[in-house]
Design a protein around this ligand. Structure first.
Ligand SMILES: Cc1ncc(COP(=O)(O)O)c(C=O)c1O
Length: 417
C-alpha cells in the first residue's frame, strides 16, 4: 500500500509498498531462523570480510586460471572488434558461429558427439531434466545430488525416487520397484567432495535401459586426461547419455554445458525452457571459454599438483581426528549444528582462514559444514598453516564432540546428509 499523503512518483521510502501478510510471514521466519540466532546478526554464511592477506579457500577456480592473460585477451579482442552483439535467446543463432565452434571443440575434447552451451550449470540441469523426464517417467536421484537437478525434476513434473548416497544396490532396488526411467548423480559431490561409484551406477542404469545423466561440475577440468572428466577417464562415454557441467568451476567462467548426441542437440533448443526463454551468452564470454578450454587441456601439471595437495590435506586432517569423507579437491569439516559451525567459522576467521559455509537448504538441518575448495596454486606453507590451525582449534571448536567425528569418515551408512 502507498502510505497516506505520499506521492508514488518520488524515490523515497514512501514509494515502497508494504507486503501482504503471507510474504511478511515468510521473511520474518527467515529473520527469526537465520539472522537473529547469529552473534553478528547476519546469515550464517557471512562471517568476517577477508582482508588482502587472508587464506581464502572459497573459489571453485580449482586450477587458478581465472585471470589467465589468454582468457582476458580473447574477451577483450571480441569486445573491441566483434561489431553487433546478439542480445537475444540462443534459439535464433545459426550454426557456424562462435557458439557452434565452441560446442564442437568441447564435444571432441570429451568424446561426445555434440555439446550444448547453456547460460549456467543451473540452466543446463533444469533444462535437460525438464526435457528428458515427465509425469510418467520416474527419476532416480542420489540424495546428495545438486539442487539444480532436483529443480529440473520439479519443472518436468516427474516423481523423484531418491536413492541412498553412493549406494548402487539401493538404486537398483528402486528401479526394480518403479521401472525404467532417468538416473541422476554427481561425479564429485559438491559439499563433501566424495566421488560417485560411476561404474556400478552406469552398469545398473544400462542394464535397466534407463537414461543416464552425470553432473561433472566438480571433475570437468580437474580430472582425467587433459581434464576431460571422470566419465571420459573411466571409458564410460559411450554408456552415459548425458554429462552436464557448470563452467563456473575449473572453467572459471559463467556458463554451463550439456554433452549429448547429435540427435538430442538438434531438438534441445526448441524444447528446453531455459534455452528458449532466457538470453544466450555474449560472444566475448564464449571467446573467453574457448581460450579457457585450450588452457585447461594443457594443465596436467596443475591437475597433478591439485591432486597431490588435496590428498595430503585430506590425509593430515584425518590424522588430526577430523572425519573427512572427501576424495577430491573439495574438503569439508562438518561440525553439524549451526552453533558449532559458527564457532568453527569464527575460530578459522580469527586466524585469517576463510572457507564456505554450507547449511540448510544446501545441507539438511544439523548437518552444516565448512567447505574448503583447494586450488593448484596453494603453497605448501599455506596448506601447512591450514593444518596447523585445524590442529590448534580442535578443543576450542569442540571437534571431538561433533557427530561427524564420532561417526568417523565414510561411515554415514548411505544416509542423506
Ligand atoms: C554439482 C553442481 N551442479 C550444478 C551447479 C550449478 O552451476 P552454476 O553455478 O553454473 O549455475 C553447481 C554449482 O554450485 C554444482 O555444484
Amino acid at each position: 500500500m502507498i502510505r497516506k499523503n505520499q506521492s508514488p512518483h518520488f524515490f523515497s521510502d514512501a514509494c515502497f509498498l508494504s507486503f501482504p501478510g503471507f510474504l511478511e510471514k515468510k521473511l520474518q521466519a527467515c529473520e527469526e531462523e537465520s539472522f537473529k540466532p547469529r552473534k553478528n546478526g547476519k546469515h550464517l554464511v557471512l562471517g568476517k570480510k577477508p582482508g588482502p592477506d587472508a587464506l581464502i579457500l572459497q573459489s571453485n577456480d580449482y586450477l587458478d586460471i581465472g585471470n589467465h592473460p589468454d582468457i582476458v585477451e580473447a574477451e577483450i579482442d571480441v569486445l573491441e572488434n566483434f561489431g553487433q552483439v546478439p542480445v537475444m535467446s540462443a534459439v535464433f543463432l545459426h550454426d557456424g558461429g562462435t557458439k557452434d565452434a565452441f560446442e564442437k571443440s568441447m564435444a571432441s575434447w570429451t568424446g561426445f558427439e555434440n555439446a550444448i552451451l547453456c547460460q549456467s550449470g543451473w540452466a543446463a540441469n533444469v533444462g535437460l531434466i525438464q526435457v528428458i523426464a515427465g509425469r510418467d517417467v520416474p527419476v532416480y536421484i542420489d540424495f546428495f545430488t545438486h539442487m539444480s537437478l532436483w529443480e529440473g525434476i520439479k519443472s518436468s513434473g516427474a516423481t523423484a525416487h531418491a536413492f541412498m548416497h553412493n549406494n548402487p544396490a539401493h538404486l537398483e532396488k528402486l528401479i526394480k520397484q518403479y521401472g525404467q526411467g532417468v538416473v541422476l548423480l554427481d561425479s564429485v559431490y559438491s559439499t563433501i567432495g566424495d566421488i560417485a561409484p560411476l561404474h556400478d551406477v552406469v552398469e545398473i542404469a544400462n542394464r535397466h535401459d534407463c537414461v543416464m545423466v552425470v553432473d561433472e561440475s566438480h571433475s570437468l577440468g580437474t580430472h582425467g586426461h587433459e581434464g576431460a572428466g571422470l566419465v571420459f577417464e573411466h571409458g564410460l562415454t559411450s554408456r552415459v547419455h548425458f554429462v552436464t557441467a557448470s563452467l563456473a568451476k575449473a572453467f572459471a567462467g559463467r556458463a554451463g554445458i550439456i554433452f549429448c548426441n547429435a540427435k538430442f542437440a538438434k531438438y534441445y533448443p526448441y524444447l528446453a525452457h531455459p534455452a528458449i526463454f532466457s538470453s544466450g551468452l555474449m560472444p566475448h564470454e564464449i571467446a573467453g571459454l574457448s581460450a579457457t578450454l585450450n588452457i585447461i587441456k594443457k594443465c596436467d601439471d596443475r591437475r597433478g599438483r591439485l591432486n597431490e595437495l588435496s590428498a595430503y590435506t585430506r590425509r593430515r586432517l584425518g590424522e588430526l581426528g577430523y572425519a573427512v569423507d572427501s576424495e577430491s579437491q573439495i574438503v569439508a569439516l562438518e561440525p553439524g549444528s549451526e552453533v558449532n559451525t559458527e564457532a568453527l567459522r569464527d575460530a578459522l576467521e580469527a586466524r585469517n582462514i576463510f572457507g564456505s559455509i554450507f547449511c540448510s537448504p544446501a545441507t539438511p538441518k544439523n548437518r552444516a559444514l565448512i567447505r574448503f575448495s583447494l586450488h593448484s596454486s596453494l603453497k605448501q606453507e599455506e596448506i601447512d598453516y591450514l593444518l596447523q590451525v585445524c590442529e590448534e582449534i580442535r578443543d576450542e571448536v569442540n571437534m571431538w564432540e561433533w557427530k561427524s567425528t564420532k561417526r568417523g569418515a565414510g561411515k554415514d551408512g548411505g544416509v542423506k546428509l
